[in-house]
Design a binder for this molecule. Sequence first.
Ligand SMILES: Cc1cc2nc3c(=O)[nH]c(=O)nc-3n(C[C@H](O)[C@H](O)[C@H](O)COP(=O)(O)OP(=O)(O)OC[C@H]3O[C@@H](n4cnc5c(N)ncnc54)[C@H](O)[C@@H]3O)c2cc1C
Length: 445
Amino acid sequence: MKIAVIGGGWMGMVLSKRLADQDHSVHIFEREAQLGGLTTYYDYGEFYWDKFYHVILPGDAALLGFIKEVGLEAELRWKETFTGVYVDDKFHSVSNSKEFLLFPPLNMFQKFRLAMTILIGARINDWKKMETMTSEDWLIKYSGKTTYEKFWRPLLTAKLGDSYKEASAVFIWSYIKRLFEARGEGSSKKEAMGYVAGGYKTVIEKTEEVLQDMGVNIHLQTTVEAIRPHGEGGIEVKYGSEVAHFDKVVFTGPVNVLEKVVDKSLVQVSGRTDTVQYMGVACMIIATEKPITPYYVLNIADQSIPFTGVIGMSTLVDTAETGGYYLTYLPKYINSKDEFLRKSDGEIQEIFFEGLFRMYPDLSREDIKRVWINRAFKVQPLQVLNYSEIIPKTSTLHPDFYVLNTSQFIQGTLNNNSVTSHVNKFVEQFGEELKKGSPSQVLNN
Ligand SMILES: Cc1cc2nc3c(=O)[nH]c(=O)nc-3n(C[C@H](O)[C@H](O)[C@H](O)COP(=O)(O)OP(=O)(O)OC[C@H]3O[C@@H](n4cnc5c(N)ncnc54)[C@H](O)[C@@H]3O)c2cc1C
């Protein structure tokens, strides 16, 4: 079958490999000049590293399986890392269950409720019920107001900015599960995280090489403008002045793009009353000659700080990988429609610097050798109440058109392990169907 994959992010890349494994003739269309989407790499001048910070967890079985498949297992690096929380102008490590339970801002009773909330969350299987209440209500119910304010709310804002109030309890439930996958059983078991030497640049370039060797046609800098049914069966894809005809098409981009390019007869894009909203991210990346933070992730429980976390990339990655600099990412997750995302780089830098120097008074402007601002508008779908009712389904109104994107993660967090699993399940479920064309189809190449 001749199959088009629209979008060359991690979803599109893994899917193209799986389809090529089944001997389909695969064409992948990517708007940007390089593959990878949000996972892609960035030219920081003296070195390349991930455009946005990415980490691999020991429990990321599907992702690790793929990394092995493309021959990069030997390039995996693992390290003990630490997680912190910034609350009441102080930094606290919460890197293992023991530290968690010693968390000074909470008294014994509050800590007990925190531990119970995690245990209860870990045991829940019925996510559908959790869709009907907000994360905030669920957390206050089990943890109480103080524990919520000092511990949980920073976690929520770290990922959802001010939109955290709209998130259903499914969000925090799946977050708890992934967070604790980084740690083993037992009170002092260490937190381990990993990456591939050379960062995602290595992973993306190696996967691209594997795809090319398998005969996948990679169309870069090619924006798909229309997807519609073809009169003789199959689907037609328009890009620039070209129109190509495929047996099957799988769309992997965000919902707003789908809405724009797809013929309405192919798919129901949104629910009756609502459509998927996205969180965007503005991220300042700084290079210093001395370390800023001992934590890989620091969540911030102080709403006056203008960013939502501090990611100490160099607590995981050797500085030899990043031009000898310590690299720190300061993300602010924010609703994709918020004006903040449209501010100039200079404006964002000044706002973030003010917060940074307040948190780290020993740090001065002279210590910051390089600064970059990267931003993305459609990152994380906002899991509002009854979210599963508003997303586009994988199987559509047309037998030859499929949607496979991150909006469909109704019970998991956004990460490349979930993306890889999503593709694996799709191929398992629809693999046979993908091999069949309708008898009326007469396709040209
Ligand atoms: C700040 C940040 C931190 C993260 N940290 C981690 C982490 O630590 N670990 C982890 O596993 N994951 C992490 N992730 C998540 C990871 O990046 C995502 O899981 C992954 O990128 C989703 O891939 P995707 O292919 O579904 O979407 P995308 O990457 O958004 O890919 C969609 C692609 O479609 C293309 N496209 C859109 N419209 C068109 C069109 N009309 N024609 C052609 N192409 C089009 C886009 O250019 C894009 O390349 C992080 C993400 C961010 C933003």
